[in-house]
Write a protein that binds this ligand. Structure first.
Ligand code: DGL
Length: 279
């Protein structure tokens, strides 16, 4: 017999590791009244190079864990998980687990905003190998804005650079320039560069420096936060189930020590975290 899930609870925020903290920070800034439970699957990150099946399986485990903690709503604050797992979870798993709960991703709200921002409809996407190869952004942009042209560039070195605290170093300059140049060579008319990875806001200044001046560089955090605020307003039946106390707890599949050290890079403040096993 299936165990009863708690009816009310915090908003769950899931990422493969630390990157989702950049999204969580903006969500908490925009919606400070709610409680949050952040889960990072650090022991199995990065998800970027992993196959569809594996990312889907890991993400579903994370969603089940967050539901078991009572989360009525889970945000997949990870582009790779949103690209590779969200649709199947929404369409196949959710109705079986609990059709009254919701799982939302970061791709749709970001694409909606990019559609407003781009002046000439030529969008450049920077992301992990997994996100770029899934073509999720290309497909979502084509669906919402059929006249747009999307070019994408894989940036496999950027996540490791950030996670090794090298975002400020010369190595990061080298790789950011390399990837931005590669993107702009694919289509020099790109007027909007989308940072389609949770880690890239930490490289924003460098990316901005190498992207041509007339193009805009778009971070996701604020967009996702705004879209969540709008969602909760339109869905009071979900909002009512999200507890309000302004609290935030953290869980990781890695050791708490490792998480605490690196989380500081992303949040700018220390956090207390506990270990969980996902299965
Ligand atoms: N959070 C991932 C994303 O936004 C980046 C890290 C990873 O590859 O796991 O795509």
């Amino acid at each position: 017999m299936k165990a009863e899930l708690p009816f009310n609870g915090p908003i769950g925020v899931f990422d493969s590791g630390y990157g989702g903290l950049t999204i969580l920070r903006e969500i908490r800034r925009r919606l400070p009244q709610f409680d949050y439970l952040y889960l990072g699957d650090n022991a199995r990150a990065p998800y970027g190079p992993r196959s569809f099946d594996v990312v889907y399986r890991f993400t579903l485990q994370a969603v089940n864990y967050l539901f078991a903690q009572g989360c009525p709503l889970v945000i997949l604050a990870c582009n790779t998980a949103s690209a590779k797992a969200l649709r199947t979870i929404q369409q196949t798993d959710l109705p079986q687990i609990d059709g009254t709960r919701r799982v939302l991703g970061v791709i749709r709200p970001t694409v909606e905003k990019v559609g407003e921002l781009s002046r000439n409809g030529v969008v450049g996407v920077l992301g992990t190998n997994g996100t770029v190869r899934s073509r999720s952004y290309d497909m979502e942009i084509a669906k919402l804005f059929p006249d747009f042209i999307t070019v994408a560039q894989e940036c496999p070195m950027l996540v490791p650079l950030v996670e090794n605290d090298e975002a400020e170093g010369g190595g990061a300059d080298f790789f950011v320039k390399k990837y931005v140049d590669a993107l702009m060579t694919k289509n020099p008319d790109v007027d909007t560069v989308l940072l389609a990875c949770t880690h890239y806001p930490l490289l924003y200044d460098k990316i901005r420096r190498f992207v041509p001046e007339n193009a805009i560089v778009v971070k996701q955090g604020e967009i996702v936060a705004e879209s969540l605020a709008d969602y909760l307003e339109r869905h009071p039946e979900i909002a009512e189930r999200c507890t309000r106390g302004g609290l935030c707890s953290y869980r990781t599949t890695e050791s708490p020590d490792a998480f605490t050290k690196l989380a500081r890079i992303f949040l700018g403040e220390p956090v207390k975290v506990s270990h969980v096993e996902l299965a």
